[in-house]
Design a protein around this ligand. Structure first.
Ligand code: C2O
Length: 549
C-alpha cells in the first residue's frame, strides 16, 4: 500500500439550513466534511488541526485499528481531546477491509456537524465481487438542529429529561424539498440511462435509525460495514446510526418522463418522541437536460413508499437477509468455539435526581442508560494511557459485572428497583480470547432498538430473537456458516442479539449505543484487551503528539 495524507482543519463556520444560520464546528468549513479515500493496505495519516473553540477528537468508525489503538479516537477512552490550538496526527493502516465506513467527532455531540465518508477501495487490480459500477457516490444521512446541538445535550443532562429532537434529517448535508425553506437546499444525483451506480449509504445521524428508498428503483445490497455480503435486492434499506450499506442502482434503459425522490425517515420504537420528518434528494436522468425547461417542469416527481416509523417486521426481515459472502476469496472466520461468554442487558432506566435539582425524568428521576445497570462515566484521563502505564488507580476499575445484577423478565413489567448505578468499569480480556456476548434489550421504560457499536473489532451476528434470550434453546439456531460480520448491530426492540469476536487487538475499546443520546446517558462500556506474547501482539507506545489532558 501507499501512504495517504489528509489535513483536517477544525474551524467554526456559519452554516445555513432551513433558513437559520449558525456557527458550527466543521472540518475544512464543510458539512459533511471531506471524503477520505484509501485502498485496502494503505496507510492513512490525518493531521487534525484544532482551530475551533471546542475540544475535539475524531473516530474512524469501523476501521479495525490493528495495533493502532492510539488512533481510534473516543475522547477519554483512547486519547485526551485535541484542545484549541493543538494538532494530532491519526496514523493507521487499513487492514483486511474494503467498502464504506465513516469518520466522525467522538466528543460530546460534535459529530452532528463533524462527519464524513471513508471509501476503502480494493487493492489495485483486485475487482469488486460485483459488476464494476459506472460511478461511485457517497450518500450520507445526517441530522440538523436549528440551535447549537451542544446546548441541546447539555441542557438535557442538566434537567435529566430528553433532549429536543432535531429539526431535519439531511442527505449529503441538504434537508431537501419536503422541509420549509429547503427546496433549493436539495441533493440531486444526475444519472445516465442503462448504467449501474454504486451508492455508498452512510447513516451519520445522531439519534435515528433510518429507512431509505428511491421511487421506482430497486437496490441491490452488496456490502455492509465494509464487508461484502451475498447480494439481494430490496426497495428499502434500513440503517442504524454508524452503519453503512453499499447498494447497486441500475438505471432504466429508457429515460423516463419523471424524476424520482430518494427519501429517508426514521425507524423508531422507543418511548421518546422522534422527529418523523422525511429528508429527500432527487434522482434525475441526464436526458432531462435536453428537453426545454418548460417541458421539464411537466415531469412528474415520484415519491417512494417507506415503512411506517415502528415497522419492526420490515427491519427484522431486512437484517435476516444480510449474510457474509463467505466464499474462498472472502471467507467468514466465524469463531466456532467460545472462551468467554457474557450476557449484558442494555436499555434505558432512571437514576436518583441529584440534590438541589429538579429532574424531568419519570417521577422526578433522571433519565439514564446503562449496560448491566451500570451507567458508564467517562474518566478525566484517557483509559488507554492508564492501561499502558499500568496505573489504573482512580481512573477505572476492572469489575464490570458479567451478568445483570437482578435477572427478570426483560420484556414483562419491570421490577421495582430499576435505579441504575454508575462507574468507569471495564472487562479485561486475555489476548486472542474468543468472546460471545448476548445483548438483551430490557425495555424498562419501553422496548427500544439499540444499535450497539464495538470499537476495534468486527463481530459476527450469530443470532437474534424477540423476548428473553433462552440459553437452553437459542444457541442451537446460531449461524456458524455465513453470519453477517459488522461493527454496529441493532439489539432488536424487546429482544436480543448474540455476537462473537476474537480479541486479537490489544488496547482499550469502547462499546456503546450509537444513538448519541443513549451514549450521553451512559449506555457504554469498555473492553481492555491485554497484549499477547509475540512482538506483533503488543500495543506500541503512544505517539509523541498524543494530546494531554
Ligand atoms: Cu461511531 Cu464510538 O462511534
Amino acid at each position: 500500500g501507499i501512504t495517504r495524507r489528509y489535513t483536517f482543519n477544525i474551524v467554526a463556520k456559519n452554516i445555513r439550513r432551513l433558513c437559520h444560520a449558525k456557527p458550527v464546528a466543521t472540518v475544512n468549513g464543510q458539512v459533511p466534511g471531506p471524503t477520505l479515500i484509501a485502498r485496502e493496505g494503505d496507510r492513512v495519516l490525518v493531521k487534525v488541526v484544532n482551530n475551533a473553540q471546542y475540544n475535539i477528537t475524531i473516530h474512524w468508525h469501523g476501521v479495525r485499528q490493528l495495533q493502532s489503538g492510539w488512533a481510534d479516537g473516543p475522547a477519554y477512552v483512547t486519547q485526551c481531546p485535541i484542545q484549541t490550538g493543538q494538532t494530532y496526527v491519526y496514523n493507521f493502516t487499513i487492514t483486511g477491509q474494503r467498502g464504506t465506513l465513516l469518520w466522525h467527532a467522538h466528543a460530546s455531540w460534535l459529530r452532528s456537524t463533524v462527519y464524513g465518508a471513508i471509501v476503502i477501495l480494493p487493492r489495485r487490480h483486485v475487482p469488486f465481487p460485483f459488476p464494476t459500477p459506472h460511478q461511485d457516490i457517497p450518500i450520507i444521512f445526517g441530522e440538523w438542529w436549528n440551535v447549537d446541538p451542544e446546548a441541546v445535550i447539555s441542557q438535557a443532562l442538566q434537567t435529566g429529561g430528553a433532549p429536543n429532537v432535531s429539526d431535519s434529517y439531511t442527505i449529503n448535508g441538504h434537508p431537501g424539498p419536503l422541509y420549509n425553506c429547503s427546496a433549493k437546499d436539495t441533493f440531486s444525483l444526475m444519472v445516465a440511462p442503462g448504467k449501474t451506480y454504486l451508492l455508498r449509504l452512510i447513516n451519520a445521524a445522531l439519534n435515528d435509525e433510518l429507512f431509505f428508498s428511491i421511487a421506482n428503483h430497486s437496490l441491490t445490497v452488496v456490502e455492509a460495514d465494509a464487508i461484502y455480503v451475498k447480494p439481494f435486492s430490496t426497495n428499502v434499506v434500513v440503517l442504524a446510526p454508524g452503519q453503512t450499506t453499499n447498494v447497486l442502482l441500475t438505471t432504466k434503459i429508457q429515460p423516463p418522463n419523471a424524476s424520482f425522490l430518494m427519501s429517508a425517515r426514521p425507524y423508531a420504537t422507543g418511548p421518546a418522541t422522534f422527529d418523523n420528518s422525511t429528508t429527500a434528494g432527487i434522482l434525475q436522468y441526464q436526458t432531462n437536460l435536453t428537453s426545454s425547461s418548460s417541458s421539464r417542469s411537466k415531469f412528474r416527481l415520484l415519491s417512494p413508499s417507506l415503512p411506517t416509523i415502528n415497522d419492526t417486521n420490515f427491519v427484522t426481515s431486512f437484517t435476516q437477509k444480510l449474510k457474509s459472502l463467505a466464499n474462498n476469496q472472502f471467507p467468514a472466520n466465524v469463531p466456532q468455539k467460545v472462551d468467554k461468554q457474557f450476557f449484558f442487558t442494555v436499555g434505558l432506566g432512571t437514576s436518583p435526581c441529584p440534590k438541589n435539582q429538579t429532574c424531568q425524568g419519570p417521577n422526578g428521576t433522571k433519565l439514564t442508560a446503562s449496560i448491566n445497570n451500570v451507567s458508564f462515566v467517562l474518566p478525566s484521563i484517557a483509559m488507554l494511557q492508564t492501561h499502558f502505564s499500568g496505573k489504573l488507580a482512580g481512573v477505572y476499575t476492572t469489575d464490570f459485572p458479567n451478568n445483570p445484577p437482578f435477572p427478570f423478565n426483560y420484556i414483562g413489567p419491570p421490577p421495582n428497583n430499576t435505579m441504575v448505578t454508575s462507574g468507569t468499569k471495564a472487562v479485561v480480556l486475555k489476548f486472542n480470547t474468543s468472546v460471545e456476548v448476548v445483548l438483551q434489550d430490557t425495555g424498562i421504560l419501553g422496548a427500544e432498538s439499540h444499535p450497539l457499536h464495538l470499537h476495534g473489532f468486527n463481530f459476527f451476528v450469530m443470532g437474534q430473537g424477540f423476548g428473553n434470550y433462552d440459553p437452553s434453546k437459542d444457541p442451537a439456531k446460531f449461524n456458524l456458516v455465513d453470519p453477517m460480520e459488522r461493527n454496529t448491530v441493532g439489539v432488536p426492540s424487546g429482544g436480543w442479539v448474540a455476537i462473537r469476536f476474537l480479541a486479537d487487538n490489544p488496547g482499550v475499546w469502547l462499546m456503546h449505543c450509537h444513538l448519541e443520546v443513549h451514549t450521553s446517558w451512559g449506555l457504554k462500556m469498555a473492553w481492555v484487551v491485554m497484549d499477547g506474547t509475540l512482538p506483533n501482539q503488543k500495543l506500541p507506545p503512544p505517539p509523541s503528539d498524543l494530546p494531554k489532558c
